[in-house]
Design a protein around this ligand. Structure first.
Ligand code: BT5
Length: 292
């Protein structure tokens, strides 16, 4: 423990970390995130935890305590990272980005699903800015070389027609080695490091994503438009044009994904040529022969 602390101090003096030292686990440096932010309110307050059950759970607590819109909860490790519908999200220590954004928009609850699309477009843009070309798998995954590198979990609280807050949780496998993935996701999950062969600085990527997020979120709130978001989600879609399986609670259907409409719904065509809208939430989409 002591040895590690001394090493980190030396790195800071030099301003750079040597390749060999970089391969160790480095805790997130929130100051470095802030230095790269050009936002007005997203990420202006960052609450960092070494280890936490789930950043989304913590973000809900903080929202209830009155924390401002734009506050970020971020952790080096999650012990109970969550996906949708009670699924778990593997969040090993120091290798990924596990963060949640507190939002308090004045929108109708049914509009909240658009936040997942906004986050997906922001993650896509952030990764694109650091030279990594990904695809967006509607509604909440980012895919690199056919495997899941990021998942988004949007949760909200409110009464009837009044939203109290929305939490957008973003999980990205950044420097994770395959050996850290649980057996059951080995075939479908990957990390930026596994695919690019390089370690990526989490601080820079977080700032890029938050910068993009604020721009796209502002367009939605101020102009009531998700035009840029949907353009990215459509152009970079991992599904459009493909035969997919839509999995609902008690049935599954083979269809062709044909488009994403301006409300962020997936349009699919069945064998008989009928076109239907799929609303995110209770559905998962899979490729015919695997994850995509
Ligand atoms: C998601 O759900 O993909 C949303 C994941 C959101 C995680 C973030 S991290 C910060 C914040 N705090 C939280 O507690 N959560 C959010 P879903 O589409 O339901 O996918 C879940 C499925 O992805 C699991 O059932 C596994 O099959 C797979 N999976 C689990 N961990 C993974 C990982 N690290 N990388 C890729 N796939 C994973």
């Amino acid at each position: 423990m002591k040895e590690k602390e001394i090493k980190r101090e030396k790195d800071n003096e030099k301003g750079v970390a040597k390749e060999q030292e970089m391969s160790e686990y480095n805790t997130l440096n929130c100051e470095e995130i802030r230095e790269n932010l050009n936002t007005k309110y997203i990420g202006r307050e960052i609450l960092f935890f070494d280890k936490i059950d789930s950043t989304n759970t913590k973000a809900k607590e903080f929202s209830n305590m009155g924390k401002n819109q734009g506050t970020i909860i971020i952790a080096d490790e999650q012990t109970k990272g969550r996906g949708r519908l009670g699924k778990s999200w593997s969040s090993p220590k120091g290798e990924g980005i596990w963060m949640s954004i507190i939002l308090k928009p004045e929108i109708e609850p049914k509009e909240a699903t658009k936040l997942t699309q906004i986050a997906a477009a922001a993650v896509w843009e952030g990764l694109n800015k650091i030279g990594i070309e990904t695809k967006i798998k509607w509604p909440n995954d980012i895919v690199l070389n056919g495997k899941k590198v990021c998942g988004i979990l949007t949760e909200m609280s409110g009464e009837q027609n009044k939203l109290k807050y929305i939490i957008v949780g973003i999980g990205i496998n950044v420097n994770t080695d395959s050996s850290k993935f649980p057996e059951e996701i080995l075939n479908s999950a990957t990390s930026l490091k596994v695919e690019t062969g390089k370690r990526i600085k989490r601080e820079t990527l977080i700032a890029m994503i938050l910068n993009s997020f604020e721009n796209l979120y502002e367009e939605f709130i101020k102009k009531d438009s998700v035009e840029t978001v949907m353009k990215i989600c459509k152009e970079k879609s991992a599904l459009i044009g493909k035969e997919v399986i839509v999995m609902m609670k008690d049935q599954q259907k083979e269809v062709k994904a044909i488009d994403i409409n301006e409300d962020g719904e997936l349009l699919v065509k069945d064998r008989e040529g009928n076109i239907t809208k799929i609303i995110s939430g209770e559905v998962s989409v899979r490729g015919l022969y695997g994850y995509v």
